[in-house]
Design a protein around this ligand. Structure first.
Ligand code: FES
Length: 143
């Protein structure tokens, strides 16, 4: 049976994150530790799931503040339930869908246009004849 509590070094080893990152997450309120009888910092085993979600969410560009806000809704001092995780998944669904669409468009359009430069009216997805996209506002309007 796995241990219920892990030392910070064990969390680092298992998660692949430096101890300094775990301390940073703790200072930011993303994870929380307890103290054992020897007054050493220990983490409930479920911290591994939180850390995994933090890592993946960061890797797809979710701001740390948004991640902290979502994780802040999880119960304190208890292992989150399936329903708790589902609430977070639902709250991120729209944002993640938008990011997936943006990344897909960026991947496909960049692959086609970088190094090409033709801006062909017939085939280029980035064509912007007479800069008509300026009417929609600043920034990359096609992505
Ligand atoms: S620049 Fe050639 S296809 Fe976009």
């Amino acid at each position: 049976m796995p241990k219920a509590y892990l030392k910070v070094g064990e969390v680092a080893l298992r998660s692949g994150l430096p101890i300094s990152t775990l301390h940073f997450y703790e200072r930011q309120g993303l994870i929380a530790s307890d103290r054992n009888a020897a007054n050493h910092r220990v983490f409930r085993r479920e911290v591994l799931r939180r850390v995994s979600i933090i890592k993946v969410a960061q890797s797809v560009g979710l701001p740390l503040a948004e991640i902290a806000s979502a994780l802040g809704d999880l119960p304190k001092g208890a292992t989150p339930s399936t329903e708790d995780w589902s609430r977070i998944a639902e709250s991120w669904y729209g944002d993640l869908t938008r990011r997936i669409e943006l990344l897909t468009a960026l991947r496909d359009k960049m692959a086609m246009c970088i190094g090409c430069g033709c801006l062909s009216v017939k085939r280029c997805p980035l064509v912007n004849e007479d800069d008509h996209l300026a009417e929609e506002g600043p920034g990359a309007r096609l992505l």
